[in-house]
Structure formats: C-alpha cells, structure tokens
Design a protein around this ligand. Structure first.
Ligand code: FAD
Length: 405
C-alpha cells in the first residue's frame, strides 16, 4: 500500500515529482529531503539574471510559498541523505535520523567538478547553488576586475557573458579545441565563440590549465608551456558529476549516474530516479543510454516518475520516458536553443540565416538520420524542428522540410 513517498533532492526534479504526485491524486505523506537550507529554487537564472543583479532570489522560487503549503510536504531541508537501505526501504540522513518509504524518488542532481588540488581562496568560485551565485555576484558586481573563466561549457560561457556585461575584463580558458564541444560539437561551438569575441571576451581554446596559485599579490592561472594569466577572480566551470556517493552502499547500479530502465525505475520496486542524476535508455533515440543535465529533462522526468509511482501502486503499467532532449542558453542577450543530441562527427548543415549574422538554424545528422537542431537567435524555427526529431526524419528530408520554416 502506498502511504509514504520520500523524495531525496529538493530541486527541480524532486519538486516536480512532489507536484506530480499530488496532481495524480496522491493524498498520502510526502517527505522532501534536501541538502540545501533554501526552499526549492530554479538554477538557470543563477548564471544570468541573478548573477547580473537584475533579479533577487525571491524571483526564482520553483514553487510560490502558498503553493508549497498546498502540497503538504514534510520538508527536511538543510540535511543531506547519507545512505539508502533497499532491504529496509529506508533513507538515513546525516543527522542519523531514518526515514522509511513505500516509494522513493532519487533526485540529488549534480555537483560541480573541481580542478585537481584546487586552491581554496575567496576569489575562486564555482557555480551551482544560489549561495555560489550570490557570492560571485557580490565580488564582480562593481566591474573593472580581471575575471578568468576556466572551462567553456554553457555555465562558463554564461558567466563570462554576465561578468562582461557588468564591465569586467573577461577571458575564457578551454582545454578542448572548441568551446561547447560536448553540447554542440566543434563547428558550432566555434560559431558561438563569436558572440564572445564580438563583446571583447577572448575564448582561448586548446590551453591546458596546470593549476591556480596566489603569488602574494594576485591570483594566477598557470598554463602548460609556462604562460600564466593574472586574475582578480577565477570561476572554475569544468562540468559536473552526478551526486551518487551517498548511494554507494546500496545495490543500485551506479555508472555516471543511476542506471535506470526506460521507465526511470532504478532497479528496485518503487524506486525511481529523475533529473541530472538519471541515466536511462531513451526510446526516442532507439534506446541510446543517456544522462541529460538540462532543465526540461529534470522537469519532465520528475513528473513521469510521479506518474509511474502511482501507476505501479495500482498494478498498472508505467510509462517509458521517451524524449527529445532540449536546452537553452542565453549569452549577451542572444538565445541559443538545442534539440536532440550532438556528437563530434555529426554532419552539421546551416539551413537558415548565417554565422556572420549571429542568427542561424543548423541541423545535425549522422548515418543519414536527423540527430539535432541548433538555433541561435532563431527561437521559432528551432522549436519547429522538434516535430522532425519526433517523426525521426532522415537528415535529407529534414533539410528539405526546413526550407518551409
Ligand atoms: C548556473 C546554472 C545555470 C543553468 N542554466 C540552464 C539553462 O539555461 N538551460 C537549461 O536547460 N539548463 C540549465 N541548467 C541546468 C538545470 O538547472 C539542471 O539540469 C537542473 O537544475 C537539474 O535539476 P535536478 O533536480 O535534477 O538537480 P539539481 O538542480 O542539481 O538539484 C539536486 C538537489 O539535490 C540536493 N542534494 C544533493 N545531494 C543530496 C543528498 N545527499 N541529500 C539531499 N539532497 C541532496 C542538492 O543540494 C540540490 O538541491 C543550469 C544549471 C546551473 C547550475
């Protein structure tokens, strides 16, 4: 009998799961456990409007206080889950309290990676949480500082854009031959670089960071080859790792995330994973196993696990999560949107606009199939490509169909 659902991770996926359970008519107990002390908030503005100072933290609540109350959650905030016992159906928290469940949602997301032996210093930042964003904002708000960003992924580039717009002198250092290699592939990654060079921010690719030092006067980033980059502020944006350490003693399969089936079940009855932490075979991509670190994925997966918990408790079949991954980014007021999957060896074709105009639509194909679509300042056409991906158009047919967008 389903009486108590425990959700671990009080951010997007976790909160969507709570809302989804109530929307499905579940009136039993829901305990939401979160390591952070804050009520659930949204992360995308942390590198954009919160960091720039345009928005205060009250603008980014994921659920308004009155709605949160209506969800009737037992909130356990500011205390992390430390261990899971599948045999006892219980989660142990850092304060040694034990919470038993009938069904469990694992939504502990991801945490920032750090450089090996990264120096501890008040002007070296990472960005994942509201506290990180507010601390960095306080440091760079006045402008006129030398800000070095290590890592040209989405977070690094968004921070670069925001720091630049605040009047700082910004440089981005990236070890790979192009920025955004993983998300967009080299060709389009280099195209996006131009937004930065247009705004006076060099994006130096193919440079290897050896470490960060303080030479007594200032911070320096040491590069291989002997060069160093003097900095007032350094932001390390070298990606994230899924937060699964607390699950290592459970028998769940952990491989760069929690390995799930297509319904997001984590391998034990009533135990599901959602969001940045979940790795699952996506039926939309012929069962290709993926883990997606983007907002829409976490939101949708939170809802689907709620649905599946209710369905299985009634003896019904759970739904598979079949999706076209989507993300957006905003840099210097330009919106980037990507649908699908990109791989380094994709064939990339610009079908509308041009890189020179800083406004274009590009399609990604592999082995004759359409794999993805990127829009830079092309919000409507890129979203229309979702249909092409859902319909699994061939690359050639998608190129032809895009002429009508
Ligand atoms: C600065 C920033 C900007 C972003 N911008 C965009 C964007 O423009 N577009 C886009 O598509 N995506 C963006 N993203 C990504 C998007 O925010 C994430 O994909 C989304 O937050 C994932 O949600 P989640 O709930 O799976 O995990 P998370 O948001 O990581 O939340 C997990 C929660 O679990 C908590 N937790 C961790 N361990 C434990 C534990 N042991 N016990 C209890 N709680 C625990 C964490 O403290 C955290 O609150 C951005 C992310 C960041 C950080």
């Amino acid at each position: 009998m389903l009486k108590h659902v425990v959700v671990v991770g009080s951010s997007l996926a976790g909160v969507r799961a709570c809302g989804g359970l109530r929307a499905q008519g579940f009136d039993g107990a829901i305990t939401l456990i979160g390591a952070e002390p804050h009520t659930p908030y949204d992360r995308p503005p942390l590198s954009k409007k919160v960091l720039s100072g345009e928005w205060e933290p009250d603008r980014i609540a994921l659920v308004r206080p009155e709605e949160l109350e209506k969800l009737h959650l037992q909130l356990r905030l500011g205390v992390a889950a430390a261990a899971l016992s599948l045999a006892d159906k219980a989660v142990t928290l850092r304060d040694d309290s034990v919470v038993s469940y009938d069904a469990l949602v694992l939504a502990t997301g991801a945490a920032t990676r750090r450089l090996p032996n990264q120096l501890e210093h008040e002007s070296i930042f990472e960005l994942r949480t509201l506290d990180d964003s507010l601390a960095l904002r306080a440091r760079i708000a006045a402008g006129n500082l030398r800000v070095t960003i290590i890592g040209a992924g989405f977070i690094g580039l968004e921070v670069a854009a925001t720091a630049r717009m605040l009047g700082n002198e910004v440089v981005v250092l990236e070890g790979a031959p192009a920025p955004l290699m993983r998300g967009l592939g080299a060709e389009m990654g280099l195209a996006v670089t131009q937004l930065h060079t247009d705004n006076g921010v060099p994006v130096r690719c193919g440079v290897q960071v050896q470490g960060i030092e303080h030479n007594g006067t200032e911070l320096v980033v040491r590069l291989s080859g002997g060069e160093s980059v003097a900095s007032d502020v350094i932001v390390v944006g070298i990606g994230v790792t899924p937060v699964t350490d607390w699950l290592s003693g459970s028998s769940l399969v952990l491989r760069d995330g929690i390995v799930c089936d297509a319904t997001l079940n984590a391998g034990a009855p009533g135990v599901y994973a959602a969001g940045d932490i979940a790795r699952w075979p996506n039926p939309q991509f012929d069962g290709e196993e993926m883990r997606v670190e983007h907002w829409t994925n976490a939101s949708e997966q939170g809802l689907i696990v709620a649905k599946n918990i209710i369905a299985t408790s009634r003896g019904e079949q759970p739904d598979e999560y079949s999706a076209v991954p989507f993300f957006w980014s905003e840099q210097y007021g330009t919106r980037l949107q990507f649908l699908g999957r990109a791989a380094g060896d994709d064939d990339v074709r610009i079908v509308k606009g041009s890189v020179a105009d800083r406004s274009f639509l590009a399609l990604y194909g592999s082995h004759g199939k359409l794999r993805g679509a990127l829009g830079v300042a092309m919000p409507k056409p890129v979203m229309q490509c979702r249909r092409f991906l859902l319909d699994k158009l061939s690359f050639a047919d998608a190129i032809e169909a895009s002429a009508a967008l």
